[in-house]
Design a protein around this ligand. Structure first.
Ligand code: PHE
Length: 359
């Protein structure tokens, strides 16, 4: 084998043996760099006789071409291998289950509404609803508010500038009581319903906001008395506040749509300087209620000698404040994430009577 053949074998061997890009570059410099072995051979061409050069020249050039080609090929192969290795290393297993991390929380108003629905569902009540834009008849007239009665003014009503289809006033409902009328006119008694929802009054301070939430309760049945009302409220408040020492005080009151009307106070005690529902150190007003007025039953097309019932209404926001200890109602509707983070409830904590309605 000639010298040149030997050289070719040697350099091809070294190229093939280079394990990575750095080793390959070292081989390239050693063969083709300024001081390289193949470069040195090329330099000998200048000192040769024309005959010698004609014979040896093409072979030296061919050697350089071969080594150059082998280097390029090896480089490509090394790069491909590196890419394969990276692809194998950087895989993401898309079949891995995603860990659920629910963000956000349930607003105390929604939580309390869910709690109330749960408690009353257990007593056989279903949830009813009505529109927030009401007409004067459902919000006042059918509820036995006489025309120009001061009670209409008491509610600080927001009126709409456009009249309704029959020419009557339209307004934002001032209480959930119009749902009583919608239930009595829309379905056959007996009725056992609760109606939670938004109501509106032109009022604003630490305990009043122009929009707030009420829950209405209505029973229409035969032979219903005040005793049924008292038992129902006591059972509801014990379940809601999750205490057995709930004491009720019924005080005579006035609502146009109930007769007799009773305001319900709940006893509280002082624990660590704070008022806590339960016991009887003092009294807090929590509910308006009474026996449904015969005029209301009549206005809904029913015979008051046949059907009687009771109704009650209270503020959902107020119940939330009493149970969970907030002292400013306005913060309920500020939409501040920090407040919700503090007072909110877990999205997956659904209130149940068996698990505790307080979540
Ligand atoms: N609607 C009354 C209010 O908003 C509450 C109430 C409801 C009173 C049902 C008696 C019966 O103050």
């Amino acid at each position: 084998m000639s010298n040149l053949d030997q050289m070719r074998e040697e350099w091809l061997g070294r190229v093939a043996g280079a394990e990575d890009a750095a080793a390959l570059e070292a081989v390239r410099v050693a063969a083709l760099g300024k001081q390289g072995a193949v470069t040195a051979l090329l330099k000998t061409l200048g000192g040769m006789s024309p005959d010698e050069r004609q014979e040896t020249g093409p072979r030296i050039h061919a050697l350089r071409e071969t080594v150059t080609g082998a280097l390029a090929e090896r480089k490509e192969a090394l790069e491909a291998a590196e890419l394969d290795a990276r692809l194998a290393r950087e895989t993401a297993d898309v079949t891995l289950p995603v860990a659920p991390a629910p963000r956000g929380s349930v607003h105390p108003v929604s939580q309390v509404m869910d709690e109330l629905a749960e408690i009353f569902a257990d007593l056989g009540f279903s949830v009813a609803s009505g529109p927030e834009i009401e007409d004067d008849w459902h919000n006042f007239t059918a509820l036995n508010f006489p025309p120009d009665h001061p009670a209409r003014a008491m509610h600080d009503t927001f009126y709409l500038s456009e009249k309704g289809a029959e020419g009557g006033d339209r307004l934002l409902r001032t209480h959930t009581s119009p749902v009583q009328i919608r239930a009595m006119t829309g379905r056959e008694p007996p009725l056992y319903i609760i109606a939670p929802g938004r109501v509106y009054r032109s009022d604003s301070d630490a305990t009043h906001t122009p929009m707030f939430h009420q829950i209405e309760g209505l029973v229409i049945e035969k032979g219903i008395t005040l005793a049924h009302l008292k038992w129902t409220l006591e059972t509801f408040l014990k379940a809601f506040f999750e205490r057995d020492d709930i004491v009720l005080r019924l005080r005579p009151s006035f609502f146009p749509f109930t007769e007799p009307s009773v305001e319900v106070d709940v006893g509280y005690s002082i624990e660590k300087g704070k008022r806590v529902i339960g016991g009887s150190d003092g009294w807090m007003e929590v509910l308006g209620s009474g026996m449904v007025h015969p005029n209301v039953i009549r206005a809904c097309g029913l015979d008051p000698d046949e059907w009687q019932g009771f109704a009650f209404g209270t503020g959902v926001d107020r119940l939330a404040m009493l149970k969970y200890g907030m002292d400013d109602l306005r913060a309920f509707f500020d939409g501040d994430g920090r407040w919700l983070g503090h007072y909110g409830f877990g999205a997956l904590d659904v209130p149940t009577l068996s698990g505790g309605v307080g979540a």
